[in-house]
Design a protein around this ligand. Sequence first.
Ligand SMILES: [Zn+2]
Length: 79
Amino acid sequence: MTVPLPTDTTRWRCALCGNLTRFDVTRTSKVVEYVHLDLAGESNIEEREVVSENIESVRCRWCNAVDQVELVDRPGAGS
Ligand SMILES: [Zn+2]
C-alpha cells in the first residue's frame, strides 16, 4: 500500500494511535546539486533541485506502526 501524501488541507495521522506530529519517513529522491568549490577544495552546495521524490514508508514514532497513516483535515482547513 502506498502512503497517501499530505496536501495543503490534510495531514498525516497514525490510524492506530492517533499520532499527528512524529513520523520517520523513508524517502528516495533524485537531486541535482550545484556544488561550488573554493580554491582550497572545500565544497559548498549552493542550489539543490529535487528532480523526483518517492516516499517509501512512514513509521509512527509513537507506536512503530509502518504505513498506517491516514489523511485527516488540518486544523482550520476547509469550512
Ligand atoms: Zn502510531
